[in-house]
Write a protein that binds this ligand. Structure first.
Ligand SMILES: *[C@@H]1O[C@H](CO)[C@@H](O)[C@H](O)[C@H]1NC(C)=O
Ligand SMILES: *[C@@H]1O[C@H](CO)[C@@H](O)[C@H](O)[C@H]1NC(C)=O
Ligand SMILES: *[C@@H]1O[C@H](CO)[C@@H](O)[C@H](O)[C@H]1NC(C)=O
Ligand SMILES: *[C@@H]1O[C@H](CO)[C@@H](O)[C@H](O)[C@H]1NC(C)=O
Ligand SMILES: *[C@@H]1O[C@H](CO)[C@@H](O)[C@H](O)[C@H]1NC(C)=O
Ligand SMILES: *[C@@H]1O[C@H](CO)[C@@H](O)[C@H](O)[C@H]1NC(C)=O
Ligand SMILES: *[C@@H]1O[C@H](CO)[C@@H](O)[C@H](O)[C@H]1NC(C)=O
Ligand SMILES: *[C@@H]1O[C@H](CO)[C@@H](O)[C@H](O)[C@H]1NC(C)=O
Ligand SMILES: *[C@@H]1O[C@H](CO)[C@@H](O)[C@H](O)[C@H]1NC(C)=O
Length: 356
């Protein structure tokens, strides 16, 4: 009995000290997205993983940028006055690396009227100059920061729109895998995870490109049109089982993991995490943004996703905030466990005395 309780005690202590991972979405919310500065900040805050996106330039360099066009986050329209397409946008794939390097990067704005998407974030009109970077630079930043700090952060790389790139006869996934290989990053134990919305491309990376790297399936609603993949299928139990033969985890829209009412209040968890865990997959839903919540509602949301939905990671613009909530929760969880176990030990002790 006593040994049973000791095992229980050890188990609860370990269980109580586990926390989901924190993934800094495009770095952090506090500096213009995806800049080396923003990624460094996520690293310093203690994000376990830093999430980035890559697109190809005309000359086949991997550029770290979220959209296939440059307009929301750079001064491209001022620098290249005659290089927009008929829709008025400037596309990464129409520019060479040396041209992209001449641009300044700023906090995200709406291209149509120049207003900031998140008004309280870093001012889009500042005299601090940020720049685009390549995947190579981001990999070297991560590996060298890991070395300099003695901390082991990882990179979650989203391959943007493989189907769009293939229309230009570019195999973006092959270039990503080859670039990682040039850094000897090829194994599931390396600090790299690849993800994309195009689920069949993950199968291509695993089978045709024979990559051993960890792969995650990004998922959204079919109507969004992120790719030709059928997310209604891939988020079903059968679809998750199918995916589990190829990927290590799922990065779903948070609405696939919990059910909300029309007012955005959580009603219940879906079966998503349960099924994913049943087939050995991790779940990192996106995107937890503190800007969008008032008062303590962000904290409650994080609590719910942690304890009820039991996710394995949070993809968030605010890695510092979520880490603090998780660490605070962990402390209260483990002190609760200790009190409970002292109580149980005393009970066993009395039980033994009475029996003897
Ligand atoms: C960096 O990027 C270039 C072109 O994208 C690639 O050819 C090169 O091998 C990469 N790796 C290293 C280690 O420089
Ligand atoms: C765009 O402008 C550059 C100079 O700024 C010029 O060299 C180039 O020919 C122009 N291209 C077109 C398509 O007008
Ligand atoms: C800019 O556009 C956004 C979205 O279309 C709109 O909500 C906002 O009111 C506009 N702001 C100005 C100053 O025009
Ligand atoms: C892609 O390659 C095909 C076949 O080689 C060719 O017909 C097509 O024009 C190319 N498309 C582009 C955008 O380069
Ligand atoms: C990769 O590994 C090879 C063989 O161990 C080594 O020669 C090379 O320098 C490594 N490359 C990098 C970028 O670390
Ligand atoms: C793998 O490559 C073959 C031949 O190039 C192609 O027909 C097939 O569609 C690819 N598989 C996937 C899953 O993309
Ligand atoms: C399940 O996954 C395999 C690849 O692992 C694929 O070939 C097959 O078509 C998938 N099944 C369905 C129903 O999508
Ligand atoms: C939203 O909240 C209002 C006020 O609390 C309530 O009357 C309404 O039923 C709620 N709507 C939904 C869809 O839950
Ligand atoms: C979850 O799965 C159970 C069976 O395992 C099923 O009865 C229930 O309806 C499912 N719930 C949802 C929201 O799909």
């Amino acid at each position: 009995m006593l040994s049973f309780l000791l095992v229980l005690f050890a188990f609860e202590l370990c269980h109580g000290s586990q926390r989901p991972l924190v993934i800094g979405h495009r770095g952090t919310a506090y500096l213009p997205e995806l800049t080396l500065a923003s990624q460094s900040m996520a690293h310093a805050y203690g994000a376990d993983i830093i999430e980035i996106d890559v697109c190809l330039s005309r000359d086949n360099h991997l550029i770290v940028i979220h959209d296939i066009n440059l307009d929301g986050v750079t001064n491209v329209a001022d620098v290249f006055k005659n290089r927009s397409r008929s829709d008025g946008f400037h596309y990464v794939i129409d520019f060479d690396l040396h041209e992209l390097r001449s641009l300044n990067v700023h906090e995200r704005v709406r291209p149509l009227n120049g207003t900031q998407v998140f008004p309280l974030r870093f001012p889009s009109k500042s005299n601090v100059h940020f720049h685009l970077s390549t995947l190579n630079e981001t990999i070297e930043l991560l590996l060298n920061l890991n070395r300099a700090t003695g901390r082991q952060r990882q990179l979650l790389i989203e391959i943007k729109k493989p189907e769009y790139h293939s229309k230009y006869n570019k195999s973006i996934s092959s270039i990503v895998v080859a670039t990682l290989k040039s850094y000897n990053l090829t194994q599931s134990t390396d600090p790299i995870i690849l993800q994309t919305f195009h689920i069949e491309e993950l199968m291509n990376i695993r089978k045709n490109l024979s990559s051993q790297l960890r792969l995650f399936a990004l998922m959204t609603w079919n109507y969004v049109g992120e790719s030709s993949s059928d997310y209604d299928f891939y988020r079903s139990e059968q679809g998750i089982r199918n995916l589990s033969k190829v990927v290590q985890g799922l990065a779903p829209d948070h609405q696939f993991v919990v059910n909300y009412d029309g007012n955005g209040t959580i009603i219940s968890t879906s079966n998503f995490t349960k099924w994913a865990h049943q087939y050995g997959l991790s779940v990192y839903p996106y995107t937890f943004r503190k800007d969008l919540f008032l008062g303590s509602s962000f904290e409650q949301l994080v609590e719910y996703f942690w304890h009820e939905a039991q996710v394995d990671g949070f993809i968030t613009d605010n890695p510092d905030v979520i880490l603090e909530l998780l660490q605070r929760g962990q402390i209260s969880a483990s002190s609760y466990t200790i009190v409970l176990n002292i109580f149980l030990s005393m009970f066993t002790f009395l039980f033994h005395i009475i029996r003897i």
